[in-house]
Write a protein that binds this ligand. Structure first.
Ligand code: BGC
Length: 757
């Protein structure tokens, strides 16, 4: 029986007189997955088993050629499919068919608070990965936004575990509907880029379970993720990628997860602990290249010959290896050898549309005094666009998420396309920031050099502002090192390149100033009280300029809300206020230098810290405005109406009281009035995005269950729902609660909950 015949379907085989009986079980996709895995495993030699669990190139693992078990190709992730690199180098392979759709950053996706958008995103990016024949896309990133300085916040989904978990779940489902696996990263506690290989977060169990694990758990269990990536950092002295607590005890033990753990690239440092610590596949360890052709450098990986020899010498049992191989086979059968996969698509009109839609829905209108936005053709004829971020292409840069986009519409191009016909548009640079436009050999080919002095740049910008009816300033960060980039945190919350001074100068020149901040994390806005309109735009991918112009013009009514707190300064953030960043020098078990980083703020991350300390951030978690207004009615509880036993419903009517159609994100927080342990003032436990026509009212209903009321009791190592008084707080942001309703819960953890109004 020739293996190529095996790619025929069962019906086709039968029609040519070949029966399933001729097909080895592992290749017969009518057989249960586990049976196929066991069959394949039983046919593999020890060497083949070891081969399958480590890389053969920068982004692929070899499979088992003798048995027709496919190679496994991975790609970054998580905002588009990375261009092809050389076999054993980070440099470009210079393919001409690998330009992708660059989607908005994951912070933007989170800012839509729309799980349908998460699924659309996942489906679209998964289809691109599928088209490029990738089995695994290295994302989504769901590490919690612990500090605004973290260089990779833009790749994550904000500060709240509930919001990130809900968004990640649908993203995962969307991607995997293509027969492409997600690789949820970076598990866990990879919350900073500074010292990323040597940070040793010291985190208590309650904080771990309540804040840092739930999004991963949702992706694993609710989303059904097929693979996970371990972080570079340590946890309790052991590297995350093979940390027995994270991988064995929690992910594979408590969550009963059957997927494969992939190391972060180069995150493995030792065979013995990698073997026992729950790692299944090793990627990206340093190799000495393949130039000599005498030996395969990948044989030197920790999970390659050192492991093989260790097994032969009796140091390691084959049982552990078999478990790893089973997981890798499962991953392969679900993806690369899944004959029911769709074909995928790349750069399609659908993806373009998805990109623009997600971008438009994720942009957050932070402030809009005197109805300055949308741009009003009745009193605006001349628009001054100022700032480097209006012209800078941003899909290139930032680290491993850098992309080779098929095209990129800059904000200025988007504005010219939308407003150019009816308005006079002038552009001035204002400041010079990063002129590089290159990452790993992918170039934007933009020449952004400008040799004017700061004084001259400012003077020219001020002149343009003075002569305009409205000024649109585009600034923020740009994915250069220390400005939203992998492997480096920001040095402060301040905007770089003298932007604050420039904004002050522009304000003096023209009071109709709109600041469009492009970043994936919070920046200090000392001028926030003076600037009438502020928009948070993110890295939006191909359709950046169009998505922004949609919102500025009012073609799209903004409906995004912040997935993280916009601190006024670093001291409003628990990690910084309590001196728990970036850690103190220590030693690991081998005597290597590491940095202990006690998470002193515990569960008080983001708005939980703000609430506890009664602080006033620049903009609170969950905040975002619309060009229309919404009125919330009174919340009511129906204690009998839960869809499942042990749940009940809280409802609130919401009315669009303005003149435009718009969407509102309604947020539900739960507050435990009295508890045996210290709890946050309130925690997000539900959200719903509703579209309303002018004058229309819809009732939003939330289902409240035991999970929404529980805390993690570290002593019992269990979630506990204590009887007592609670309050459901419903509002437009964490600082804008519009209606509340009290209820009382009786019945302990083991009995049915009873809800009393
Ligand atoms: C990053 C991962 C990425 C991998 C492969 C690492 O440096 O931390 O997020 O997926 O490289 O590019």
């Amino acid at each position: 029986m020739k293996l190529r015949n095996l790619f025929l379907t069962g019906a086709m085989l039968m029609s040519i007189g070949v029966s399933y009986a001729d097909i080895p079980v592992y290749l017969d996709d009518s057989q249960p997955l586990e049976k196929r895995v066991e069959d394949a495993l039983s046919r593999m030699t020890l060497k083949e088993k070891v081969n399958i669990i480590h890389a053969q190139s920068k982004f692929s693992a070899p499979g088992v050629p003798r048995l027709g078990i496919a190679e496994l190709w991975c790609t970054d992730g998580p905002m588009g499919v990375r261009p092809e690199v050389l076999w054993d180098e980070w440099e470009q392979a210079e393919w001409t068919n690998d330009s992708c759709t660059a989607f908005p950053s994951l912070t933007c996706l989170a800012a839509t608070w729309n799980t349908d958008m998460a699924e659309l995103y996942g489906k679209s990016i998964g289809a691109e990965a599928r088209f490029r024949n990738k089995a695994v896309i290295l994302g989504p990133g769901v590490n919690i936004y612990r500090t605004p300085l973290c260089g990779r916040n833009f790749e994550y989904m904000g500060e709240d575990p509930f919001l990130s978990g809900k968004m990640a779940t649908r993203y995962v489902q969307g991607v995997q509907s293509n027969g492409v696996a997600v690789c949820v990263k970076h598990f866990a506690l990879n919350n900073n880029e500074i010292n990323r290989h040597t940070s040793n977060p010291i985190v208590d169990d309650r904080t771990l379970y309540e804040i840092y694990l739930p999004a991963f758990k949702a992706a694993a269990i609710d989303g059904g993720a097929w693979s996970f990536m371990g972080g570079y950092n340590l946890f309790r002295g052991e590297h995350a990628s093979y940390n027995p607590i994270l991988m064995n005890q929690i992910l594979k033990g408590e969550w009963e997860w059957d997927g494969a753990v992939i190391s972060d690239w180069g995150a493995v440092h030792d065979t013995a602990t990698a073997v026992t610590g729950g790692l299944d596949m090793e990627f990206g360890s340093w190799t000495d290249g393949l130039a000599g052709g005498m030996s395969n450098a990948y044989d030197n990986y920790w999970l390659a010959n050192p492991y093989l020899n260790g097994i032969k010498e009796g140091k390691y049992s084959e049982d552990e290896l078999n478990d790893k191989v089973r997981r890798v086979l499962r991953l392969t059968f679900r993806t690369a050898m899944n004959r029911n996969r769709p074909w995928g698509a790349m750069g399609s009109d659908d993806h373009k549309e998805a990109c623009r839609k997600i971008g438009g829905e994720g942009i957050v209108l932070l402030q809009n005094r005197n109805g300055l936005l949308p741009v009003n053709p009745e009193n605006v004829k001349k628009i001054a666009v100022i700032g480097e971020n209006a012209i800078k292409m941003m899909t290139v840069g930032g680290g491993s998420s850098s992309l080779k986009a098929a095209y990129e519409i800059t904000p200025l191009q988007g504005i010219r396309a939308r407003f150019g016909k009816d308005f006079d548009i002038v552009y001035e640079r204002g400041y010079v920031g990063d002129t590089l436009g290159e990452y790993n050999g992918v170039k934007t080919f933009q020449d952004l050099r400008d040799f004017r002095t700061v004084a001259q740049l400012t003077e020219d910008a001020v002149k343009a502002a003075e002569n305009a009816d409205i000024v649109l300033f585009f600034g923020g960060l740009n994915k250069a090192n220390h400005n939203d980039a992998e492997d480096s945190d920001r040095k402060s919350m301040d905007l770089p390149y003298g932007q604050n001074e420039l904004i002050e100068a522009l304000l003096k020149a023209n009071k109709n100033l709109v600041v469009v901040n492009i970043s994936g994390t919070g920046v200090a806005m000392p001028w926030a009280s003076k600037v009438p309109a502020i928009l948070q735009a993110w890295y939006l991918g191909n359709e950046t300029g169009n998505a922004i112009a949609d919102v500025l013009s009012g073609d799209v009514n903004p409906s995004g809300k912040l997935p993280y707190t916009y601190y006024a300064d670093l001291m409003q953030c628990g990690a910084h206020k309590l001196g728990a960043y970036p850690g103190t020098p220590a030693k690991d078990k081998f005597g290597n230098d590491i940095f202990d980083m006690p998470y002193n703020e515990g569960i008080y991350v983001g708005y939980r810290f703000i609430d506890k300390n009664k602080l006033k951030p620049t903009f609170p978690f969950g905040h975002g405005l619309s060009y229309t207004t919404f009125k919330y009615g009174n919340a009511s509880i129906d204690k009998t109406s839960g869809k499942e036993s042990d749940t009940f419903m809280v409802s609130v009517p919401v009315t669009n009281t303005g003149k435009r159609a718009g969407s509102e994100i309604v947020e539900l927080f739960i507050s435990d009035s009295k508890s045996s342990i210290d709890r946050p003032v309130k925690e997000l436990k539900g959200f719903s995005k509703i579209a309303l026509l002018p004058g229309e009212t819809k009732t939003v209903t939330f289902e409240i269950n035991r999970d929404a009321l529980s805390f993690f009791d570290a002593e019992k190592h269990a979630w506990v729902c204590e009887p007592g008084d609670f309050e459901a707080l419903i509002g437009a942001s964490s600082a804008d609660i519009r209606t509340k309703v009290k209820f009382n819960v009786s019945g302990d953890n083991d009995s049915r909950l009873t809800f009393n109004k």
